[in-house]
Write a protein that binds this ligand. Structure first.
Ligand code: PMP
Length: 459
């Protein structure tokens, strides 16, 4: 397919963008000499910019979001119908799609019970942190107020969530941060911190060491990505998750899983944690919930967590003292309902699992020919290739050359990602997260582009 985009119509758009838009995650100096890329249209996994150029999007809208692909008329129609019926109501009353989506979501999350709506991943995590703090006040006499987070994980861009950033370069310039957030070591075996047989259990035991150091009666929760995304696509080693669950139960610590990236099918199951047979207390999600067709995020809890807030209705402090104005938009849950229907009806979980295997197999074949690929990691359509200057020492390939590989793929019309200025000296992992509708031909085109780019940039 090709779309007819008239340059004449759209040149003023690029000028307006260049003059007035403050782009996320980018150094604006580059736009003094070159136009920013501005996208106009999308269909499936393909995008077109203002010049009419076509791209294959291997990162689902840049940041793992558009799980069901672009141009879904059924989502647009459902949102339109809902908006003319009732666009919004917030606060203590409910609305129809919010109730129906909560019911459908909870049916996919055994053991979970309550859905608290807001608009972004950061916000969903902030809500969870506030719940933990309030539980500390209400249930533990003010103790158990600390929240543990892991090196290399990321949970959002607000000051509160940046206080739990395991990615130093993202948080470095925005402190000071609030107290009570404590880091635990990462679990990436490729960059091992312990020379042991059972690495997964050892990495989990490191969490227990931090708990004992801080004092178990001061720790209320731990927040973890099921598979770390921007920190390098880190799939925890075997044995890690069961041990983490055991430690949480032993010390009465709430297990908060951040599914902002993995949620809604990205790894081939509804949620990333469901690969590991664990039972979280709190789960947050955002990006794939409505695939970017509307802004929506959810903080999902067990009934036991919810019950900790149930009190005498006359007590002004006796409930979760929180609101999200746009948590009352109906566009989010109605888009989310249709998004979930699509994932089910089109068998996208199964497709994700199968296509994910193909991505890994293709990347491993590339690894045999390109010494620069140190390790290939991933689950479902959530994969990474860590690039190294030297396989023996595992010295990271320098960031400029990693970015040159990304740029070369773009020159071939394929958009891939890389750990972007988040980890000092370790911004060296290529990231692939195509939409869950990807076909074998799409996957092969993506990995062929990487093959060509590595040959050109690294040799
Ligand atoms: N958690 C994780 C794991 C994320 O990757 C992100 C965003 N990249 C967030 C939270 C924050 O989400 P948002 O940008 O919607 O606030």
């Amino acid at each position: 397919m090709s779309l007819d985009h008239s340059l004449n119509d759209l040149s003023h758009v690029v000028a307006a963008d260049r003059a007035h838009v403050w782009h996320h995650l980018s150094q604006h100096k580059q736009y003094e000499t070159a136009d920013p890329r501005v996208f106009v249209e999308g269909k499936g996994m393909r995008l077109w910019d203002t010049t009419g150029r076509e791209y294959l999007d291997a990162v689902s809208g840049g940041v793992w979001t558009v799980n069901v692909g672009y141009g879904r008329e059924s989502i647009a129609n459902a949102v339109r119908d809902q908006l003319v019926k009732l666009n919004y109501y917030a606060g203590a009353a409910g609305n129809v799609p919010a109730a129906l989506f909560a019911e459908k979501l909870i049916a996919k999350m055994p053991g979970m019970s309550r859905v608290y709506y807001s608009n972004s991943g950061s916000e969903a995590n902030e809500k969870a942190y506030k719940m933990v703090r309030q539980i500390a006040q209400r249930q533990h006499g003010g103790r158990k107020w600390k929240i543990l987070y892991r090196d290399r994980d990321y949970h959002g861009t607000t000051i509160g969530t940046l206080a739990t950033s395991g990615q130093d370069q993202r948080a470095a310039q925005y402190g000071p941060y609030p107290d009570g957030f404590v880091r635990v070591p990462h679990c990436l075996e490729y960059r091992k911190q312990w020379d042991v047989e059972n690495y997964g259990e050892r990495a989990a035991d490191a969490i227990e060491e931090v708990i004992l150091r801080e004092g178990p009666d001061t720790v209320g929760a731990i927040v973890l990505e099921p598979i770390t995304a921007g920190g390098g696509v880190i799939v925890p080693p075997e044995g890690y998750w069961p041990r983490v669950q055991e430690i949480c139960r032993k010390y009465d610590i709430l297990l908060h899983i951040d599914e902002v990236v993995c949620g809604l099918g990205r790894t081939g199951t509804w949620f990333g944690y469901q690969h590991y047979g664990i039972q979280p207390d709190i789960v947050t999600m955002a990006k794939g919930v409505a695939s970017g067709y509307a802004a929506i995020s959810c903080t999902v809890t067990t009934e036991a967590v919810f019950a900790m807030f149930k009190d005498d209705a006359s007590d002004p402090m006796g409930y979760f003292r929180d609101i999200s104005t746009f948590g009352g938009c109906t566009a989010g849950p109605v888009a989310a309902l249709e998004n979930m229907r699509i994932i089910e009806d089109e068998g996208l979980l199964e497709n994700t699992a199968a296509m994910g295997e193909r991505v890994l197999a293709n990347l491993r074949a590339l690894q045999e020919r390109h010494a620069v690929i140190g390790e290939v990691r991933g689950k479902g359509l959530f994969c990474g290739a860590e690039l190294v200057a030297d396989r023996a020492t595992k010295e990271a390939l320098d960031e400029k050359r990693v970015q040159a590989v990304v740029a070369e793929c773009l020159a071939q019309g394929v958009i891939i990602g890389a750990t972007n200025r988040s980890l000092p000296g370790l911004n060296n992992t290529l990231c692939l997260s195509p939409a869950l509708i990807a076909t074998e031909a799409d996957i092969d085109r993506i990995t062929d582009a990487i093959d060509g780019a590595l040959a050109k940039v690294v040799g």
